[in-house]
Design a protein around this ligand. Sequence first.
Ligand code: BGP
Length: 490
Amino acid sequence: MGFRKDFMWGGATAANQYEGGYRDGGKGIAVQDVITGGDGRNGVPRRMCLKYADGTTGIIDRREEVPAGAVPYIDENTYYPSHVATDFYHHYKEDIALFAEMGFKSFRLSINWTRIFPNGDETEPNEEGLQFYDDVFDEMLKYGIEPQVTIVHFDLPLHLATEYEGWYNRKTIDFYMNYVEAIFQRYKHKVKYWKTFNEINFCRDYTNLGITEAQSRPDKVEQAVWHLFVAAAKTVIRGHEINPDFMIGQMINENEYYTEDCNPKAAWQRVVDKRAREFYTDVQNKGYYPEWKLIELKNKGIEIKKEPGDDEILRKGTVDYIGFSYYSTSVSSVREDVEKTASNLESAVKNPYLKANDWGWQIDPMGLRLILNELWSRYHKPLWIVENGIGAIDVVEEDGSIHDPYRIDYMRDHIKAMKAAVVEDGVDLMGYMPWGCIDLVSAGTGEMRKRYGFIYVDMDDDGNGDLHRARKDSFFWYKKVIETNGEDLD
Ligand code: BGP
């Protein structure tokens, strides 16, 4: 008894963090292209240069509110890590050969929306962009690697943000569906596994929604989130019309919460913390908003503007499987003086039982087993771990070798936890796709030094490096794990 025979071992990436070539082949500018690097451990955030409505310029923390009328721009004297990233655009053959050497069954990548529709509102797709992914998928299929595509991974054409207010505008659903139609039609015989919006529960800021005043206008954010759900459900419906074999999943960030003690108030806080995520899994799996959310919106005086048929679309467009990322866990507490630590894209409460990586993300394999059990018992749909891993500083030895036992330890413990969920708890798990299987730019901090890969890429935080690839110790370890379908974890 172990993992299923067709278990999808592989790895995951995203275009804006990996691909580079940011103006090659007719690519347009995405919101991610105007976001600078940062320094996670020294509190330097990723930022955005803005031109304000009154003609002045400034720079803000990308998590801050973008005021109405302000427009992000690319500053010539600023370094933008996504512009080259780790250059999959020019290295895809070499990289896919390395994935094949490890024995990958599947590889997760995202398509750059602006490669296909440079501004987002064109009627015809950019042929050069389409051809690039054709070449990439052909290269993968040559080695028997199943492509797994995230349609939108923290990605939005900048033009849709500045001219239309992004997802707040209903028209963006149509622009997005043009993009979906183009890639579904083009790749319907090459790609079976799709995901709509990466970590849809984190898509509430300017970067993802393209709306100004995201912090002070929760009504705009809720309207935009409604549009995301309608768009995601339409994707499922249209995808199944085009190819009934398509498997179209959701992608959510998961993070278990523990109660700090047996204080009943902390137990209630846990319900509140958890359902902020369950909202997204409920909508995309059950096809409607949960009661508590409707009450919350009513109490805030927010009325979602729907079009006739929207509710029906949500009900019909539920997903085929649940893809999720898992890195870390948090604690639900009602104390004000509680100690905080970093976690992905949000902060967490510190858990004294857990160790953390250099960026403070707490390491918790048991949390993964809990999440797998919860999702399985709540929805009974196939699950797929599409991100997991540890960001760490790797050292290249004089002889070029890279010893990363911390990465192997992290993964071994997480694979053991998922195996227990499969073998002892009966969870239906489709696969395991460690994040950043090849080094790439950190989404949260914009750093290169926060590395996740089995494959090292010579590139630093300031854009220095010759981009050569090198196998880390974990490369050989993971190869053996795949060869033995997860039996040999030593
Ligand atoms: C998830 C994102 C990824 C990835 C990962 C690691 O939230 O889906 O894009 O980057 O987190 O986070 P970071 O890059 O900040 O270490």
